[in-house]
Structure formats: structure tokens, C-alpha cells
Design a protein around this ligand. Structure first.
Ligand code: PEP
Ligand code: MN
Length: 357
């Protein structure tokens, strides 16, 4: 259920409606919009008695939300959610494209700093790097843990990049919440409901990657888990799903972008790196992602991918990232979006020496 407040409703009236909802043993989620505030109600088993709420001061109407995901749905909030960051121009979901770049894993201070410097120069606003890695093999590199988080915090102060890192479990979630700006919940954990709830009980924005075989509804229900706990700063990320295709690591499902945009107000990024698993496919899919209406990209970049401890084959070189940003700067205006650029110039010579585009 959803209580739509009148445009001129006062903060006191909104507060009084929230209190009435809580007295009914339910949870109130005030969601301010440009025109008016809507208050989502969760926790009800069936229909909530409208009469009680409709009679309250400042209430325009009480409506039923038809979708199983309530707070994530456009029925509850018409305008796009824009996530902003204190002391930074970075945002996710607004007209500016959000670009997240960095290595799959933080491997050393030198490696992380070298990559961060180059992606910042090309205009990335967010730096990604795994500290806790979900690896298929228990013998594969598992991440540097807390040390990696410390390195990323230094990168934030040095280059002004906001930091995104993955949480695997309760312990790493608490650490990521303390050290990073955005917490990533990986594809394998998309339906780890207790982890999603915990992510919903802390304040930092949460980026949820689509599960390897998740439907759109399952994906949005994962966002709903976080939101139902009171954290409305959720970003979705399409990263490819498993199919019979054997030419790529996964199949990038760009058709989910317009579908998500229709059904939800949440921003959605595309990760062309995990979606394809191939360096030479990242740029074409990045272009297509922006053209399909994504709010930005999450891309793996490594300065020595042949030596990378994880996901080397899909990591692009910094020079390729610079070129990607140049191309996206041309595509963005067609989509009514902007792309903030760094002061870096694409290193064409380095690009040519890799014979890749
Ligand atoms: C990652 O971003 O490095 C990662 C492990 O992603 P995913 O959960 O999409 O596989
Ligand atoms: Mn990776």
C-alpha cells in the first residue's frame, strides 16, 4: 500500500501519517519526490484499512501497489532515484553517467594506485576493487581484505574517487560499510537474503549485481530486501547471465535496461567486463549499454592484465579505458546524458601496440 501525500502536506502531517502506520504494527517508508511525498507501507499481510489513513490531514489518496516489489517500483516513486555523495560531484542515476572503473582485485598498493591514477585522469568518478573475492575455486586468490580497504581509502583522498567494493558476508559487509562509499553485493550473493537485509540496515548505498540466472522480478526483489530495511539507496547492475553461448563468459542482457527503467525508479549500471569475459568485447558492449539507456558502467581495468590475480582476460588497459570514455562522450548527448571527463588524453600509441579496440 502507498499513501500519497498532497503536494502542500507539511512535514508534521507526513510524520503523523508515519506514526499512524507504525501504530498499526506496520513499517512506513517516506519517499520524498519532486512533486509530493509518497509513504510506502510494508509489513501488511493483506490490504490495509484505507479509511483510517485517508482521513488524516495532508493525505491525497491511499493506493494499492500491484507489484511484489513495492519500494523499488515506479508505482511508489515516479521520479528516478539519484544517489549523491557528500563532498563530491559524483552521482548515480542523474543525467550524468556514472563510471566505475578499477581492477577486479586490489593486489598491491602500487597496482591500485597506478590504475586509479589513470582511470581518474580519464574521468571515472568511482574506483572499484575487490578486497574480498567470491572465487569459484577455494585455491584462487581470495583478496587482500582489510589492507585492500585501507589502500582504497587512500585512493579516495588522493584522487577524489568514490570507492566501491564487494561484501561477501556479514563481516566483510560491516568493513565495507566502514571503509567504502558503495557496497557491492555480487551476483552469487544476489539472493543471500540475510546479507541483503544487513546491507539495508546500514547507511551506505548498495550496488546489487544481477544473479547468474535471475529473472527481472527476482532482481528487483533483491533490491526490495535492502529497501524494506530502510536503505533506499540501491543501484542495480546487469553483468550478464548464463546461457548456452560459448563465445563469451556470460550473455549480456541489455534488454533488461528498458524493462527496469519502465518498472523501477532505481538506477542501473552495466558491467560489460563480467558479462563478456573478453577484453575485445568490453568496448562494443559499453557503447551498447549507454545507447540502451543504462545510467553508467562498471568496468574492470588493469595496467598489467596478463599478471592480474583475477579476471585478467576481461580487464581492459588504461589506454583502452581512455578511448572508451572518448567514445562514450560522443554517445552520451544522443541519450540526453553527460559524461564528466578527466584531464587525461587517450594514449593512442599504447592502444595500437595492443592491437585491440
Ligand atoms: C566482480 O565485480 O569482480 C565480481 C565478482 O562480479 P560478479 O558478482 O558480477 O561476478
Ligand atoms: Mn572480477
Amino acid at each position: 500500500m502507498l499513501v500519497v501525500m498532497k503536494a502542500q502536506a507539511t512535514p508534521e502531517e507526513i510524520q503523523a501519517v508515519c506514526e499512524t502506520i507504525q501504530q498499526l504494527g506496520l513499517r512506513a517508508h517516506p519517499l520524498p519526490g519532486e512533486q509530493r511525498t509518497a509513504i510506502g507501507i510494508t509489513g501488511n499481510k493483506g490490504e490495509v484499512e484505507r479509511g483510517n489513513l485517508e482521513a488524516l490531514a495532508g493525505v491525497a489518496e491511499v493506493i494499492r501497489v500491484s507489484k511484489p516489489y513495492k519500494l523499488a517500483s515506479r508505482e511508489v516513486k515516479e521520479e528516478d532515484t539519484v544517489i549523491r555523495f557528500a563532498e563530491s560531484d559524483a552521482s548515480i542515476g542523474g543525467s550524468a553517467l556514472a563510471i566505475v572503473a578499477g581492477p577486479c582485485s586490489i593486489e598491491s598498493r602500487e597496482q591500485a594506485f597506478a590504475i586509479a591514477e589513470q582511470v581518474a585522469a580519464s574521468g571515472a568518478q568511482f574506483f572499484r576493487g575487490g578486497a574480498f573475492k567470491p572465487r569459484t575455486s577455494p585455491y584462487a586468490f581470495q583478496g587482500m581484505g582489510l589492507e585492500a580497504l585501507r589502500i582504497m581509502a587512500e585512493i579516495r583522498s588522493r584522487f577524489g574517487l568514490r570507492i566501491i567494493t564487494e561484501a561477501l558476508d556479514n563481516e566483510s559487509l560491516d568493513l565495507a560499510a566502514e571503509w567504502a562509499d558503495v557496497i557491492q553485493i555480487g551476483a552469487r550473493n544476489m539472493q543471500n537474503f540475510s546479507l541483503l537485509k544487513r546491507a539495508g540496515r546500514q547507511q551506505k548505498p548498495v550496488l546489487i549485481k544481477r544473479g547468474l540466472s535471475a529473472t527481472l522480478e527476482e532482481f528487483l526483489m533483491s533490491a526490495e530486501y535492502v529497501m524494506s530495511e530502510g536503505n533506499y539507496q540501491v543501484v542495480l547492475c546487469e553483468r550478464g547471465v548464463r546461457t548456452f553461448a560459448d563465445h563469451a563468459r556470460n550473455t549480456l542482457d541489455l534488454s533488461i535496461i528498458p524493462a527496469i527503467k519502465r518498472l523501477s525508479h532505481l538506477p542501473i549500471l552495466v558491467d560489460p567486463s563480467h558479462a563478456t569475459g573478453r577484453r575485445d568485447s568490453v568496448l562494443p558492449m559499453a557503447r551498447a549499454a549507454i545507447a540502451s539507456g543504462a545510467d553508467g558502467l562498471l568496468v574492470e581495468v588493469h595496467d598489467h592484465p596478463e599478471k592480474a590475480l583475477s579476471d585478467g582476460p576481461q580487464s581492459i588497459y588504461p589506454a583502452q579505458f581512455a578511448r572508451m570514455m572518448d567514445e562514450l562522450a560522443q554517445i552520451a548527448p544522443v541519450m540526453g546524458r553527460s559524461l564528466t571527463r578527466g584531464d587525461g588524453q587517450p594514449a593512442d600509441s599504447a592502444l595500437q601496440s595492443h592491437h585491440e579496440s
